[in-house]
Write a protein of this length. Structure first.
Lengths: 258, 268
């Protein structure tokens, strides 16, 4: 039993070290020539544009559900006029970034893990290497850059759709005009809400890209390994999203006194 | 333990290539994966215009051996020299340049799934523009595909090709950088005899037209018979036996004979 626990701890530390080294490799190659700009743009399209519908749907449901769940309580306290402020702050600060990042961990993390994993087991990565191309730069650097830059945009889009969903509930149940609703939302949003919320999205995107690429790039054991790479990319990226969120709150508390 | 002194030396190497310096020299190479010692002092020389076939049981380290030649796998000990350069000592940049001189045909073709056939061929070319020799890349792609009689597949995705077509496109991608040496990892595996024969004829044509030297790993004895100038049997990590197809096929050694005998029907 003790041995099994020790083995798990060693394995965890080993994996953490390897992931850190993988991140180091990324930073070492991320700013040096040649830049695979075309592949980067392709990845931005695949990661960003192809996730829009899913992110819009979840964002809309998030806004509607949040508003409908909180509304009765605020009515009880006679504070229903605070509804736009509450929904705005909740969505922009926390729910929007975290829910979108988790959705993207599932969609983007698993697809990167599976794609690179299958390239690994079918020797496509080796084929790139023997043709004198740097596969790390072409496959990994472009994907991590793309997730890092696309996730904040997806979060902003999801927040907007979420707020619109909340407004639809408010306008149906409370007869609130669009101008009044969004006026109240933006009156109560401060720079201390927006900067940390947007800043952490870059880290979420980086973590999702990094873990997806790492798991795929080093996948083993044939097709079984591809499935495992996709699965563990989602699990590890989701955990990292929560860890980053926790650290972001601590850091934001120091600088913005939230 | 059988020693490599059992080997039969081929006349092709001793006479035909005398005076020429080898393109590849492998000297006393060792490679282990944990406790599994795959290579235990393997030696090989490959001369210009020569086709050397390496035979060995599954898991005997044949694929590892050719991966060592392009440093996809690092050797534990011994010397690997390709085109006069010690592969183990090269910086990454020098290695990348050397790799363009060595074509590698993977067992499963390893075409890039997300790219069309044209993009597959353009991929190495765009990264090594010096290899275009001032020619239009589109023209080079067209010519490479013409060489393998697949010009019409230019805009197809790899998933739309048959196994034999994939192998030929992979060969065209290998050829586009005009390598001096081609390494073939099981070029006919998984193909029906007719398609396998087409691939073998293509390999011979390529060697004739492009003057390449080839190192071929195969289980296909027809391929070995037709294409080889010399065969090396890799057994227990060493070059157990060496000679031409005819010489080895007449060997009395039971291990060598095992590669050449036909599969017997069990007695009823």
């Amino acid at each position: 039993m003790k041995n099994a626990v020790a083995q798990k701890v060693i394995e965890f530390l080993d994996q953490t070290g390897r992931l850190a080294h993988f991140a180091y490799r990324f930073f070492k190659q991320a700013f040096s020539r040649p830049f695979e700009f075309k592949e980067f743009l392709r990845q931005c399209f695949l990661i960003g544009y192809n996730s829009l519908l899913l992110v819009a749907l979840t964002g809309f449901i998030m806004g509607v559900v949040l508003d409908m769940q909180v509304r009765p309580t605020l009515i009880d306290f006679g504070a229903v006029s605070y509804m736009p402020a509450l929904v705005g702050i909740s969505i922009v600060r926390e729910i929007g970034p975290v829910v979108t990042a988790l959705i993207c961990s599932g969609k983007i993390g698993s697809s990167i893990g599976a794609e690179l994993g299958s390239m690994k087991v079918t020797e496509q990565i080796d084929a790139m290497e023997v043709s004198g191309t740097n596969p790390f730069k072409y496959l990994v650097v472009t994907r991590i850059w793309a997730t890092t830059l696309m996730l904040p945009l997806l979060v902003i889009f999801s927040d907007a759709i979420g707020l619109w969903g909340a407004y639809l509930v408010e306008s149906t149940k409370g007869d609130v005009s669009m101008t009044l609703f969004f006026d109240k939302v933006f009156q109560n949003l401060y720079i201390g809400d927006i900067i940390p919320a947007t800043g952490k999205c870059f880290f979420f995107g980086f973590a999702i890209g990094l873990v997806g690429c790492y798991k795929g790039y080093y996948s083993k054991k044939g097709t079984e390994g591809v499935g495992r790479a996709a699965n563990s990319a989602v699990v590890v990226a989701s955990i990292l999203v929560f860890l980053i969120d926790f650290l972001a709150v601590l850091v934001a508390d120091i600088f913005f006194e939230i | 333990m059988v020693s490599s002194t059992n080997s039969v030396h081929t006349s092709a190497r001793d006479s035909g290539n005398s005076g020429q310096s080898p393109l590849i020299v492998i000297n006393n190479v060792h490679k282990s994966f944990g406790t599994n010692h795959v290579l235990r002092g393997f030696d090989l020389s490959l001369y210009p215009n020569e086709n050397v076939v390496i035979l060995g049981k599954s898991g005997s380290g044949k694929s590892v051996l050719i991966k060592c030649l392009v440093r996809l796998v690092n050797v534990d000990a011994g010397e690997v020299s390709v085109l006069g350069k010690s592969i183990t000592d090269l910086e990454q940049k020098e290695l990348d340049i050397l790799r363009t001189e060595v074509g590698f045909l993977f067992q499963g073709s390893a075409l890039y799934d997300s790219m069309t056939v044209r993009e597959n061929l353009l991929f190495p070319l765009r990264r090594h523009p010096d290899r275009m020799r001032g020619q239009d890349p589109e023209m080079l792609v067209r010519n490479a595909l013409k060489d393998v009689a697949l010009e019409h597949t230019m805009d197809l995705m790899p998933a739309e090709l048959s196994g034999g077509m994939k192998r030929r496109v992979a060969l065209a991608r290998t050829l586009i950088l005009q390598p001096k040496i081609i390494l073939y990892d099981e070029p006919t595996s998984g193909l029906d005899p007719m398609t396998a024969n087409e691939i073998i004829q293509l390999m011979l044509k390529i060697q004739r037209e492009h003057q390449t030297a080839s190192l071929i790993i195969t289980h296909d004895m027809d391929c070995a018979r037709v294409i080889s100038n010399r065969i090396i049997i890799l057994y227990q990590g060493i070059n157990y036996a060496e000679g031409t197809y005819d010489e080895l096929s007449q060997s009395d050694d039971p291990i060598v004979r095992a590669f050449f005998k036909e599969v017997q029907k069990p007695d009823s």
